[in-house]
Design a protein around this ligand. Sequence first.
Ligand code: CNA
Length: 280
Amino acid sequence: TLEDADLDFGSDLDIRNLVDWIQSGNKAKKIMVLSGAGVSVAAGIPDFRTPGTGLYDNLQKYNLPYPQAVFDVSFYRSQPQPFVTLAKELWPGLTHSPTLTHSFLKMLSDKGLLLRLYSQNIDGLEYLAGIPDEKLVECHGHFRSASCIECGTTADPESVKNTIIKDVTVPKCDKCGGNVKPDIVFFGESLPDRFHQMLRTDVEEADLLLVMGTSLQVAPVSMIPDMVRCEHRVLFNREPVMKIRTGKDLFLPGNCDDQVMELCSILGWKQDLLEENAKV
Ligand code: CNA
């Protein structure tokens, strides 16, 4: 943990405080990051809750009883087609590339400064950006494996992918005939064991928390900012979604890519960031 003397940020924190913290090398060495849909908006993937452009405002064609139904297990049991149609559109790796923010997180990892990235996203862009598995916790699962929602039997991921993106039909379980879905976490399902295992120690160890592009509306991930022991938290978001404590927390408003670019310019990392992003 950090000594008080290391934490002399004053009450008017700005991006230079964050620069100093990262640059001085002895302050933030175990950076924990909590990311959400906002970090992928610049890749062309809409978030959920931004009014107008967010997915929840654009699901009319599916005739859902309520927007979250598309990610609800009981709804998927009886009416799987809306999710299947949406999953075809969202399937990772087909059309979207990692953003500057993803590349920045990869750089943090390469520089040995990233303790862990907790991503709520299911777009696989962290993976494509090259962030190592051990540094990543995909809190809400991923599309790389699939299983039956009734009996839990694992299904062949390639055949599930083909059924969804080519036939746009519901993959069925070989064993019990139940509906199969990619292993992304729906409402009503538990988070992966890895999430709970890693979180227990990471909240103790982290010496800085970056919260990026999430509305902090989905539990239990939304509780992470209150669980970390570190003194300072930095929010990169278009809106102030968490309490910003004077002298402790920093809010960098607007698009996270713009703030990341500004941060990297001051850190002298800008060229590396652009090169890193050009690779992916
Ligand atoms: P959300 O509730 O839609 O919130 C997104 C947040 O990001 C909002 O507070 C926005 O103001 C903010 N935001 C939007 N664009 C930017 C930007 N360019 N820079 C900075 N901030 C921005 O999404 P959450 O991630 O908080 O909700 C959790 C759900 C959304 C997770 O379970 C995800 O699986 C799910 N989701 C994922 C994706 C994806 O994988 N890309 C897309 C849409 C939803």
